[in-house]
Design a protein around this ligand. Structure first.
Ligand code: HOZ
Length: 436
């Protein structure tokens, strides 16, 4: 543990706070994956976060390798972001009305994502994906949606089919409370399998509105697209008159400034974004081709709305974040690439030396150590990982001061605040974890 004394301090305050939280929240949490159920042990309660580190209420310090699930690409409490939020708050925290910062952020998003000709801000990735498929259905007049096993697009009813993230972590196929009728038009196919997509279109001719995909899967752990896979999806969607929606909530501004669509050279019809564009505040967005987006109310018949959409604090934090990424693009992404490679490959090498089967999947600054000796190319192969071995590793890393996402089926993230010192801490922790 990287506390001041380098000694792990047992959870006393965290446990007290957990018990108190359980008096108010189911499982003591406001989002299931925070409960550490699949890795065992208790979640530390965070006191503060700074740069590459999280500090818990018991006096422990952790190298943060989940970055609030992605948005903290510049590290925690990054001064320009904090200052922008403070300044914006002085002018009011919510208007429920239009203001100039919305277009300022939109301009930055569009500069990096030219396929996003028109966009709408929302408050979460869930809202972005839910709204994007409604729009795709409204635009095409079709009902079916193709998604992929292990991909997670938020917790909207129709998308909770064979989903990743917490759904995969808890080992459930979907969610109770979702009527069968609600998911009857959701087709969940294996990722990286173009033949399955072609077969789905053949089985439902003229009925599929869209293909919705995480271009690099993050929510089953990190799974890169096979060469030609995304181009194949693009081609099939165009041939079939369906829309291609890239869910870049995780990959946007992370795997490159222009996300996976820039990295792999794919132009989607619609894109969903989140996390990073709010600099850690609650923001999502969906956007794309102008004629599709103009089907949205008030111009068109597809309804979508939100009081907090375009919230001024969130816009300000997003502007500060994207401004930094754009101004320092080559330096930022070179550093993220180098740091993440050293961490991901360094730990995989230590695993090999210790005789532990680990497959490291990485794209830019997102990665996963799957506890399997096999390649991981889809949800089925991810699910063959030894989750118990991952859980043991997770617990040992936590005790050694490295906070990994608490699930085999989540991506880890690195920020620009991570440097040589943090790489060394992670490698040292992993060496100990594999030896234990
Ligand atoms: N959607 C996040 C990434 N899989 C997980 C965060 C959460 O569910 O709380």
């Amino acid at each position: 543990m990287q506390s001041e004394t380098n000694q792990f301090k047992p959870f006393a305050e965290s446990l007290k706070l957990q018990r108190r939280a359980e008096e108010f929240f189911p499982g003591g949490v406001n989002s299931p994956v925070r409960g550490f159920r699949s890795v065992g042990g208790h979640p530390p309660f965070v006191e503060r976060a700074e740069g590459a580190y999280l500090f818990d209420v018991d006096g422990n310090r952790y190298v943060d390798l989940f970055g609030s699930w992605g948005p903290m690409i510049l590290g925690h409490a990054y001064a320009p972001v904090v200052m922008a939020i403070r300044k914006a708050a002085g002018f009011g925290t919510s208007f429920g009305a239009s203001h100039a910062l919305e277009a300022d952020l939109a301009e930055l998003v569009q500069r990096c994502f030219p396929s996003v000709q028109r966009m709408r801000f929302v408050s979460s990735g869930t809202e972005a994906c839910m709204s994007a498929i409604r729009l795709a259905r409204g635009f095409t007049g079709r009902n079916f949606v193709i998604k992929f096993e292990g991909c997670y697009h938020g917790h909207a009813d129709s998308l909770l089919v064979k989903a990743g993230s917490g759904v995969a972590t808890l080992g459930i196929p979907g969610s109770a409370g979702v009527p069968a009728e609600t998911v009857q038009h959701t087709l969940a196919l294996p990722y990286n399998d173009l033949a399955a997509v072609k077969a789905a279109f053949a089985a439902h001719p003229g009925q599929i509105a869209c293909i919705l995909v995480e271009p690099v899967v993050g929510n089953a752990g990190t799974i890169p697209p096979a060469p030609g896979y995304l181009a194949g999806l693009r081609r099939i969607a165009t041939e079939q008159g369906a829309l291609l929606i890239l869910d870049e909530v995780m990959t946007g501004f992370r795997v490159s400034l222009g996300g996976a669509q820039q990295l792999y050279g794919i132009t989607p019809d619609l894109t969903t974004l989140g996390k990073i564009i709010g600099g850690g505040l609650p923001v999502g967005a969906f956007g794309g081709r102008r004629e599709v987006m103009e089907q949205l109310a008030p111009l068109g018949p597809v309804y979508q709305a939100g009081t907090l959409s375009g919230n001024p604090l969130a816009m300000a934090a997003g502007i500060a974040t994207l401004t930094h990424l754009i101004a320092n693009e080559s330096e930022v992404y070179a550093k993220l690439e180098a740091t993440t490679r050293r961490i991901a490959e360094g730990v995989a090498q230590l695993a090999r030396e210790a005789g532990v089967a680990v497959t490291a999947n990485r794209v830019g600054a997102m990665f996963t150590w799957f506890f399997t000796g096999e390649p991981v190319t889809d949800y089925a192969s991810a699910a063959r990982s030894d989750s118990a071995a991952f859980a043991r590793f997770h617990g040992r890393m936590m005790q050694a001061g490295v906070w990994l996402p608490p699930s085999q089926f989540e991506a880890a993230f690195v920020s620009t605040a991570h440097g040589e010192a943090e790489v060394d801490l992670v490698l040292e922790a992993a060496r100990g974890a594999f030896a234990g």
